[in-house]
Design a binder for this molecule. Structure first.
Ligand SMILES: [Zn+2]
Ligand SMILES: [Zn+2]
Ligand SMILES: [Zn+2]
Length: 271
């Protein structure tokens, strides 16, 4: 089955342009349609038989603070489930924007998160998860706690989403593999037990924040070396700061490695 991976956002936590910054990349990013304009990172995965021009199922990985804008831009009108990587603001703050999409579903929208992430989502959006005096028009969502072991599989509409643990500084958070693609955002290293889960990939998406090393994110050279080690057919970098100009960085990369950009769509085999 063919699926489409859409980069809803490809930027780091501050977004590009970075507020108050007048560097060349941020200046370019203020132009309409600049590939340097990067909203906060998340992806949509769509698959299944089309009806009315829409795929049967749409799964999100993370809902960042730009989700409302991203969903309008990509014409996302239905979401079946959200898989969370971790509870940083740039990955969860758009959860509340699921509200109108959740009202259309009697069963609500399923959110999948490990216990650490779920606890933060429940605290930030406390009014949504209360059992007494719940805010009446809050999102109809249900959090399903996921196990954290490498290789834990969640089956959603015939597709296994497999947990690929990654290091994010001193934390271990979730990456996901689904069919021939893997999405590893917010990653400063890949533990040895995760490497077998990344064999035979068509698409590998990796964090590549900037040129200089960073304590909690991979940098450009480290990510290039990880691509060489894992050897997917193609690789795309995301969670990008204003340090990397889209055009000149892409021109310097090997042909099978590209910087992602907001709105980029990739087709791949999911099952
Ligand atoms: Zn992040
Ligand atoms: Zn800048
Ligand atoms: Zn993070």
């Amino acid at each position: 089955m063919v699926a489409t991976l859409t980069f809803l956002g490809s930027g780091t936590s501050m977004g590009v342009p970075t507020l108050g910054c007048t560097c060349a990349v941020c200046t370019d990013a203020r132009l309409p349609n600049s590939p340097n304009r990067r909203t906060r990172p998340s992806i949509a995965i769509s698959y299944g038989a089309f009806s009315n021009g829409k795929p049967a199922h749409t799964i999100l990985i993370d809902t960042g603070p730009d989700f409302h804008h991203q969903a309008i831009h990509e014409n996302i009108t239905a979401v079946d489930a959200v898989l969370y990587t971790h509870a940083h603001a740039d990955h969860i703050l758009g959860m509340d924007d699921l509200r109108p999409l959740s009202f259309a579903r009697p069963e609500g929208i399923a959110l999948y998160a490990d216990d650490d992430t779920a606890k933060v989502i429940e605290r930030v959006f406390e009014y949504t998860f209360r059992t007494v005096d719940r805010y009446p028009t809050s999102a109809r969502v249900k959090i399903h706690r996921t196990a954290t072991a490498a290789g834990t599989a969640l089956s959603l509409f015939g597709v296994d989403f497999i947990r690929v643990p990654v290091n994010h500084g001193s934390n271990t958070i979730a990456g996901y593999r689904f069919g021939s693609a893997a999405y590893l955002t917010d990653m400063s290293g890949i533990p040895p037990e995760s490497l077998p889960l990344l064999e035979g990939l068509d698409i590998l998406v990796l964090d590549a924040l900037r040129r200089e090393p960073h304590p909690t994110h991979s940098h450009l050279q480290q990510s290039i070396e990880l691509v060489e080690k894992i050897s997917p057919r193609r690789a795309f970098f995301t969670h990008i700061s204003h340090d990397l100009d889209h055009r000149t960085t892409n021109a310097s990369l090997p042909a099978h490695i590209r910087l992602a950009h907001d709105g980029l769509k990739l087709e791949f085999e999911i099952a």
